[in-house]
Design a protein around this ligand. Structure first.
Ligand code: FAD
Length: 421
């Protein structure tokens, strides 16, 4: 190992916790995690983790615990606004055959809780409620200064502090700023018990319904299907006041206050059993979260000196490929492998990390952007064309056995532990 005995990790989200666990256990590196929030966050909805990420969670030793919290049904069903089903497919069948792992819809808070428990079991130190002030290079190491006047020094600093990373802004790449993707979403989690009897029986995985204004997604997110997540994402103009917090706050207020009327208006022309289920989900919703989707432009700097950015701090992307957490885990495992080699200098480790990760991240980033574009506004003809294209592709792929070739799933069988170093 290139002389790394201690790492400071800024950020206690999926990237920070997973990295601490892996480096502590596998590389024998002492890790200290500094998290801005005063306690583990309860923010976030339910997110999808696919084969490539689940396999790494398994190597991290937390897969079974995660499986006990989420819903693993992987059938993808596209419902038509006009009633009926456009197409159905198992979204990860080929990838599951290759890797042994499929799909999990799980609340973000459960991922963080499971990782935090594992981190605590290992005796890794986590300090909550600390705000970073600055970063300094010191002789043979890196020092982090905090606003409470304390500081810490280590051989390696890992910026795992998400899309608005202070490690990136204050040290690695101050010019790199998040950009608005043009798409915003609203989501909520609803207790299944509040829905009409029988509504949940037909839910077997991810259910999608395209509308002229965007896409509804519905997915159970607990093993017993007793909590259901819904999400509506659509094209959304930047506020007139520009990309400012106040401008978005106004939109957020309007969206949250008017969400029932808005969504029921969008669903007004829809027919069929599924449309009734979606409407009842909306009607039973009391709290929604509105979130404009931001991402980092590709090409930013990921490392400098003794510091490396991981996860969203380096490469936040649209969430529509369901790959954000998996990309963070791939970062973690590659870093751990590179640090195994005692002949490599740290600068070589960081450069090699960048070489290997860049093409993979760019590929998934482009996929996520492409998926996000299906949420763009369209008219009746555009909607019909989108639905028809999806139906033709899923039915043809099944009829010709193309699904057996792993079309659209190859990226899920990717194993970062097999990347050539
Ligand atoms: C609406 C939405 C849906 C998504 N759906 C999916 C999905 O289906 N599948 C998927 O894989 N991904 C999804 N993602 C993306 C996923 O949530 C992220 O990729 C993932 O959380 C990244 O983990 P991270 O640890 O890098 O960053 P984060 O989860 O952002 O965690 C960063 C942590 O750092 C802390 N922090 C921030 N600043 C500081 C600081 N200065 N000092 C100390 N700590 C700090 C934060 O409090 C937080 O705990 C979605 C994202 C959104 C917004």
């Amino acid at each position: 190992m290139p002389g790394i005995r201690k790492a400071i990790i800024i950020g206690g989200g999926p990237a920070g916790l997973a990295t601490a666990l892996r480096l502590h256990r596998h590389n024998n590196i002492t890790c200290v995690i500094y998290e801005l929030r005063a306690e583990p966050t309860t923010l976030g909805g339910a997110i999808a983790i696919l084969s490539n990420g689940l396999r790494l969670f398994n190597r991290l030793g937390v897969y079974d615990d995660l499986l006990r919290c989420g819903y693993a049904g992987s059938k993808l069903t596209l419902h038509s606004m006009r009633g009926g089903v456009v197409g159905m497919q198992d979204s990860v069948d080929w990838a599951r055959e290759q890797t042994g792992f499929g799909y999990l819809r799980i609340k973000r808070v459960d991922i963080v809780r499971v990782l935090l428990e594992a981190v605590k079991k290992e005796g890794i130190e986590v300090r909550f409620g600390v705000r970073m002030k600055g970063i300094e290079d010191v002789n043979g190491g890196v020092r982090v200064l905090f606003e409470d006047g304390s500081s810490d020094t280590a051989d390696l600093l890992l910026g795992c502090d998400g899309i608005h990373s202070q490690v990136r802004r204050k040290y690695v790449d101050p010019l790199q700023e998040p950009e608005y993707s043009g798409v915003a979403g609203s989501f909520s989690l609803i207790p299944a018990a509040e829905l009409p009897a029988g509504s949940v029986d037909c839910m077997t995985g991810l259910h999608a319904m395209m509308t002229e204004e965007g896409m509804f997604l519905v997915n159970p997110c607990t093993p017993d299907k007793d909590e259901i997540m819904w999400n509506f994402s659509r094209e959304f103009a930047l506020p007139d006041s520009g990309d400012s917090r106040d401008g978005w706050e106004e939109h957020r207020k309007a969206e949250v206050e008017g969400f029932k009327d808005n969504l029921l208006r969008i669903l007004a022309g829809s027919r069929g059993e599924w449309s009734e289920i979606v409407k009842s989900l909306v009607m039973k919703t009391t709290v929604i979260k509105f979130h404009p989707i931001y991402r980092l432009p590709v090409g930013g700097q990921w490392y400098k000196g003794r510091c490396l950015l991981l996860g969203d701090a380096a490469h936040a992307m649209s969430p529509h490929a369901g790959q954000g957490v998996s990309m963070a885990l791939e970062d973690t495992f590659l870093l751990s492998r590179l640090l195994e080699d005692s002949d490599r200098s740290l600068s070589d480790v960081l450069a090699k990390f960048d070489d290997i990760r860049r093409p993979r991240v760019n590929e998934i980033y482009a996929q996520a952007a492409k998926n996000a574009s299906t949420r763009r506004k369209t008219g009746p003809l555009g909607l019909w064309m989108k639905e028809s294209a999806w139906g033709i592709i899923s039915n043809l792929s099944w009829a010709l056995g193309l699904d057996k070739l792993g079309l659209g799933q190859k990226h899920l069988a990717y194993d970062i532990d097999e990347a050539e170093l």
